[in-house]
Design a protein around this ligand. Structure first.
Ligand code: HEM
Length: 517
């Protein structure tokens, strides 16, 4: 590779993913730049930003560019929202036969009902036969994403296999394997570098959003048309758990569209477009929350701990007190958060747009939330950063509260975020807290105090804004709406505070204060 190209890449390292940076640079040269950038510097950033330059807008994809396999799988788009631009690759190419074989034989229960390698602790031994694949020359993003998903599945299965076996016997996780062998560690780190991800199982890039396949590719992403690609347990509750995330995120294209519309309408001082955008966001959140409810019937709360062990992280988890050594990569132990819905982008998008993020208390729990925001595809992070910055700049909340009926719509949206987080708190009580006293969640947050940190903040915001409304300006429907919202919020605040008080006694208060960022 010539020094000339390296220099250009170095200077214009942050490349636009949609069009080549200059019309004089051809697509072929552009792709060459991207390859060099990945090779030399790790992952690509994907917005049109340059070092320290904050863009005024964000390049939301108008077309998924399905044939462009040199740009990342996850790029926020009007058609795909926060889902990948293409359906995830189901099977690895023949070259990776041994890796594919392990993944197909791994789950505790195989599709044919027989026990897989994880059933009786046979994976550790089987991994010894895995060749150390060289992936240096792979640049196809579709394949890189599939390799990332598969190596992270294998890494988590390998590291946590002893914990799962011990948990089945004694309801205690004990210690995980502390060293990741080089035939997994080296290619995993290499792929992660190319994607700009941490080399550990992640929500979007592995477990949830890159792990579905359509039964009929011509039909939409709805539950009845989906199956999993990889799994740890092989039970239907794991399928339900993962795929409900996917079907919720299938509504994200309109979340993205109305987020951009909201920002633009404030900037243009267009009140009726603003109100329309808030109504549409509200409708979208209702669809997302309705889909969320299906979790109860698709994933049995009593089954959750049968696969949860494998999605734990190596950061702030007693199973990895000294982190994990990646053989052939680092002599120093590495620590990463586990897979968590906290890395989904829909709620952070709403929090940022409605300026809730800046209202979160300054405490270690909020630092954990910020840390979670690093664990996601680069382009999602750039989008969320853009929404946060731009909403603060144009002052979405200030614009909403200048008008009583816009305020009602703004509050209706806060109410939908509360509905999401409150149902979610109920999931946490029923799927986790009821069945275990393990003090930290899969992402490494303290199980009793972290979720209420956000939920109580937003409930408090509803009360504060409510006090400022000029009732005489409200339409009769909005008066009823506001009265209902405030009554529901007061009720939830009371129940939540009661829950936290009781649960802090079940889990030692010390364990809930112990926060690692
Ligand atoms: C059985 C169902 C579920 C359970 C038991 C559960 C559990 C949890 C827990 C314990 C956390 C705390 C963070 C951590 O992992 O350390 C969390 C965070 C989160 N999860 Fe889930 N989750 C479930 C389903 C979902 C679904 C379907 C979504 C949809 C995208 C989701 C989105 C989130 C979000 C956005 C957060 C961050 C919450 C916040 O900002 O307040 N979760 N989840």
């Amino acid at each position: 590779m010539t020094n000339f190209i390296k220099q250009i890449v170095h200077k214009s390292f942050i490349l636009s993913a949609v069009v080549p940076p200059s019309p004089r640079i051809t697509a072929t040269k552009f792709n060459l730049f991207k390859k060099v950038a990945i090779k030399e510097f790790g992952a690509l950033t994907t917005s049109s930003t340059c070092h320290n330059v904050q863009p005024h807008t964000f390049n939301v994809l108008k077309d998924v560019m399905e044939h462009d396999t040199s740009s990342p799988s996850f790029m926020v788009g009007y058609d795909n929202g926060f889902l990948p631009r293409w359906d995830p690759m189901v099977q690895l190419p023949d070259k990776f036969y041994a890796l594919e074989y392990l993944l197909q034989k791994m789950s505790i229960q195989l599709p044919n009902g027989k026990p897989g390698l994880l059933a009786n602790g046979e994976l550790g031994e089987a991994v010894k036969d895995l060749p150390l694949y060289d992936i240096k020359d792979i640049f196809d993003q579709r394949l890189l994403s599939a390799l990332f998903r598969d190596y992270t599945f294998l890494a988590s299965a390998y590291l946590l296999e002893p914990c799962d076996i011990m948990f089945r016997e004694k309801k205690d996780y004990g210690l995980g394997r502390q060293i990741l062998p080089k035939n997994i560690a080296v290619p995993l780190v290499e792929v992660a570098k190319k994607l700009g991800a941490f080399p550990f199982m992640e929500y979007a890039l592995s477990y949830s959003l890159y792990n579905y396949r359509r039964v009929d590719p011509s039909k939409p992403i709805v539950y009845s048309n989906l199956n999993l690609i990889r799994e740890f347990s092989g039970i239907s509750s794991e399928k339900g758990f993962i795929l409900v995330h996917v079907t919720m995120v299938a509504n994200s294209p309109s979340l993205v569209r109305w987020t951009m519309e909201t920002l633009d309408s404030v900037e243009k001082n267009d009140r009726s477009r603003f109100n329309n955008s808030l109504s549409k966001l509200n409708e979208t959140m209702i669809l997302i929350n309705t889909e969320m409810k299906t979790m109860w019937e698709r994933s049995n709360p009593d089954d959750y701990l049968k696969f949860r062990t494998f999605i734990m992280g190596s950061k702030n988890q007693p199973m990895f007190p000294k982190g994990v050594i990646y053989e052939g990569v680092s002599e120093e132990p590495l620590f990463y958060r586990g897979e968590s819905g906290a890395n989904d982008s829909m709620i952070p998008c709403m929090d940022n747009l409605l300026q809730i993020t800046s209202k979160l208390p300054k405490n270690p729990l909020t630092e954990v939330l910020k840390d979670f925001r690093r664990y996601r595809p680069i382009n999602h992070k750039e989008f969320l950063d853009f929404v946060q910055r731009h909403a603060e700049k144009v002052d979405v909340r200030g614009f909403a509260t200048q008008d009583a009926n816009s305020t009602a719509l703004y509050l209706a949206n806060l109410d939908k975020i509360i509905a999401f987080r409150y149902r979610h708190w109920n999931f946490t009580k029923e799927y986790i807290i009821k069945n275990t006293t393990h003090p930290v969640a899969t992402g490494g947050s303290p199980i009793v105090t972290w979720l209420p940190n956000q939920l109580l903040t937003i409930l408090e915001q509803i009360s504060q804004i409510y006090k400022t409304i000029d009732y005489s300006q409200l339409t009769p429907e909005n008066k009823i709406l506001i009265d209902e919202l405030i009554a529901k919020a007061d009720n939830k605040k009371r129940v939540l505070n009661g829950d936290v008080k009781i649960l802090k006694e079940k889990f030692s208060p010390e364990s809930q204060k112990h926060v690692v960022v």
